[in-house]
Structures are given as structure tokens and as C-alpha cells.
Design a binder for this molecule. Structure first.
Ligand code: KIV
Length: 289
């Protein structure tokens, strides 16, 4: 009998398809650094999205538009060092795929070649089909993203739910069908009425991953800072906080400050010692004996 651990079964895009077929829910979370990626991977979450939401929750921008390829690749590399099982998806930042199809393919390729990602995500429907087809044609799996697409925040007039009229909902359905036909392995549906997201999910053979799109999707994704209660600036309606880390972090920082100021930290158990003989020699050597 061998003592070696069981081999890790890597999640692939084929798992996305088969889970949808079997009616099993897919789990996805964002991560932007090594340690968080390790925790998410070890929790058995199917997929890690290195979202451009890092612009807001890590870099402090008010939206995702300033995020660059350099930012994304930097964080994707850290995540890929921390995860071995989850499917890793790099989010293509604003203007890395909208202007030229050739740029879109080259930038998508960098996520796989330079940053250890398994797939990329990009926002948009019919207007992005050329880019989606070209990236998939280069052998790179693409996750679509419809509904509230944050890179279009100015066009949408803010971070607002989408698909709330019959016409707008029909357009999202049509875009979803086009993305499926173009070869996407799944589609994120963000801030879309639950009934519409559920209907779209029933019309697709590829899975939908919902965020603010109700329980009728084939999987769910959340920004990890929201789930852990770390981002105190704003909490979207669709977020469930599974922890309140912002409060816990604040308490820990205050306790540290007070203990240092009162001379309580560091205590004896946090310090290193020098043997008596060495201490005496040291005093001699510095002329203090
Ligand atoms: O950037 C991101 O984290 C996302 C998810 C919210 C889907 O696009």
C-alpha cells in the first residue's frame, strides 16, 4: 500500500458541462492572492475567478476601468501559485479585448502563458462575438459575462440590475444563446431578475453562474471580500456575508495598538534570548564590562 496522497483531481471546463448535465451546482469565488487562493482551493470550490473587481476591493478604485493587464497578470500569478485543483479564470480588463481581435487573442493568451490561468472571462454579448470566437479559436476557454457588466458602468448609468424590462431581458437571452453558439463554456449572469436568469439557464446547455441572479442558475459566484465581510464601503443587495472580518480586523488592530502602547506586547514568549556567556562577551566587546 502506498502512503502517497491521492492525486488531486483538477477541475476542467468539462466538469462545468458535466455538472450542469447532472444538475449539480457549481461553486466559484474570486481570489486575488496566494493565501486566499489556497484557502478557496482547499475548501473544494470548483473555480477561482481572478476578477477585475480587484480594482475595487484590493486597489481601491471606485470602479474596474483603471485595471490593467499588468495588474491582472500580477494577481493571477499569485493565485496560480496557491491553487492546484480549482479551475482558474483570469478576467480580461477594460480595453484588453474590445478594440482589436488580435489584441484580444494575444492578451487572452498571456493569462495562460504567463500567469497560470486555465481560462479567461470577458464581458459582453453580440458586440464581443468576434473576440470570443477568435480567443476560443486559439484554444483558450472563454467564460462569458452578461447582465450588469461593470466595465460598461458609464454606459449603463451606474451599477444597476439589468434585464428588468421584457425587451432588455430578451436581449440578454439572445446574447446568452449567441455566446453559447460561439463556444463559451459558461456564462456569468450578474444582477439579473431571478426569473429571467432561471429561464436563460433552462435554455442553455452550458452552465450559468449567477451573482445577484437568484437560485435558478447552474452555479454561484461571489466576490470573496463581500462574502467574508471585509469590504465596508458598500454591500450589494445580493451578498450574503458569511463572516464579519472587517469588524474582527479592526478589533485586532486596536488591541495590537493598545498593547504596544502599554508595553504588554511583545511579552517574554515573543522574544529571543542570548546565552549568558555570549551576553557577557558582547558587553566586553563593546567596552561595557
Ligand atoms: O470581477 C469580478 O469579480 C466579476 C464577478 C463579480 C463575476 O466579474
Amino acid at each position: 500500500m502506498s502512503n502517497s496522497p491521492a492525486p488531486i483531481k483538477k477541475v476542467t471546463t468539462a466538469v462545468f458541462r458535466s455538472k450542469k448535465k447532472r444538475g449539480e451546482q457549481l461553486t466559484m469565488l474570486t481570489a486575488y492572492d496566494y493565501l486566499t487562493a489556497r484557502a478557496v482551493d482547499q475548501a473544494g470550490i470548483d473555480s477561482i475567478l481572478v476578477g477585475d473587481s480587484l480594482g475595487m476591493v484590493v486597489l481601491g478604485y471606485s470602479n474596474t476601468l483603471p485595471v490593467t493587464m499588468g495588474d491582472m497578470l500580477h494577481h493571477c500569478r499569485a493565485v496560480s501559485r496557491g491553487a492546484s485543483r480549482s479551475l482558474l479564470i483570469g478576467d480580461m480588463p477594460f480595453l484588453s479585448y474590445q478594440a482589436e481581435t488580435g489584441d484580444a487573442v494575444r492578451n487572452a493568451g498571456r493569462f495562460l502563458q504567463e500567469a497560470g490561468m486555465d481560462a479567461v472571462k470577458l464581458e459582453g454579448g453580440r458586440e464581443r462575438l468576434d473576440a470570443v470566437r477568435a480567443i476560443i479559436g486559439a484554444g483558450i476557454p472563454v467564460l462569458g459575462h452578461l447582465g450588469l457588466t461593470p466595465q460598461s458602468v458609464h454606459q449603463l448609468g451606474g451599477f444597476k440590475a439589468q434585464g428588468k424590462t421584457a425587451g432588455a431581458a430578451k436581449r440578454i437571452l439572445e446574447d446568452a444563446l449567441l455566446l453559447e453558439e460561439a463556444g463559451c463554456f459558461g456564462i456569468v449572469l450578474e444582477s439579473v431578475p431571478a426569473r429571467i436568469a432561471s429561464y436563460i439557464s433552462s435554455r442553455l446547455t452550458i452552465p450559468t453562474i449567477g451573482i445577484g441572479a437568484g437560485g435558478g442558475c447552474d452555479g454561484q459566484v461571489l466576490v470573496i471580500h463581500d462574502l467574508l465581510g471585509m469590504y465596508d464601503r458598500f454591500t450589494p443587495k445580493f451578498v450574503k456575508k458569511y463572516a464579519e472580518l472587517h469588524g474582527e480586523i479592526s478589533q485586532a488592530l486596536l488591541a495590537y495598538k493598545q498593547e504596544v502602547e502599554r508595553g504588554v506586547f511583545p511579552a517574554q514568549e515573543h522574544t529571543f534570548t542570548i546565552p549568558d556567556g555570549e551576553w557577557e562577551q558582547f558587553l566586553e566587546q563593546v567596552g561595557e564590562s
